[in-house]
Design a protein around this ligand. Sequence first.
Ligand code: 5GP
Ligand code: MN
Length: 340
Amino acid sequence: MDKETIQQVKNLLQSPKNITIIGHKNPDGDAIGSCLALGEILKVTEHTVTVMMPNDFPHFLKWLPQCENIVIYEQAIEKSKEIIDNSNLIFTLDFNALSRVGNLGDVLMKATADFIMIDHHQAPDDYAVAMYSDTSMSSTCEMVYHFATSLELQHTFNKDIATQIYTGIMTDTGSFRFPATTAITHTVIAHLVALGANGALIHQNIYNTKSPEQLQLLGVALKNLVVLKEFNTAYITLSQKELDDHKFKKGDTEGFVNYALSVNGIKFAVIFIENKQESIVKISFRSKGDFSVNEFARNHYSGGGHNNAAGGKSDLSLADTVTEFISILSSYKEKLINAH
Ligand code: 5GP
Ligand code: MN
């Protein structure tokens, strides 16, 4: 964080505030972990804090300390609006544009509170009075750690905060293996473990709590894998029926797209997941090396994210989405063949 932003945030936090902390739609471990941790840090320093998510979060995060106090906008719209009306400071964490919070975005656009952004996605929008945006960061959770130390709030760190921050760093780095994992990330992790974060237990809670149906759905996804060798690309589809047949719940397909990326020689991996309720196909993109899926998602699927992990959506049917995708791919053939 630069000195000017630190001073600006210090000024904003000088007197007790009504603060709302918001993560992105379909929140993941990093969004939930970072919001909860920042909430705990600010509560200790005499502010009134609400953590709010646009919609519900997956069961594998429902053990996190303080997660029972999260207000879910979709499940309590009037209450949420009131909380936002009464806020004089709103933190937005782990996203870069108000369109990333679904319908809650319209409420935020009308809010009179000052906004502070903490985020590691590319090309952030300009709605915050103070912005801590760093695309080189492993995770928003790591940024919350640096945020707290920059503001000299380390004295607030405890086992719960360490657990929340550890969780988001672990999930966003694919358990410390993605390129944004730095020496500093590991130093932060070491401190979190010293504070009481139990890495083995956190891993168990996140990754070893699957239902048999979820694993069988993975089986279906793997059977549906298509490899387009001439484009160094592999994709997976899941229809609404396949999801329904396996009692799909939010978060059940987390990580599936990585199996497509694990095929030897594949540089670009995609999963298309039909969502009949929202009349969209939700798409996750992953890549190895310098093929930017952020750019691809932005250009063609109203999406975005990072260089090697991004998301977006299509309003076509599942079959038409795939057909269109393959036709778009041909204009990326050179880039995909030369990716390294
Ligand atoms: P995932 O594929 O795991 O849902 O998301 C991968 C990355 O892309 C995450 O950093 C996520 O925040 C971002 N992302 C996912 N979906 C969208 C989207 O629809 N729009 C934008 N701008 N980013 C997305
Ligand atoms: Mn993140």
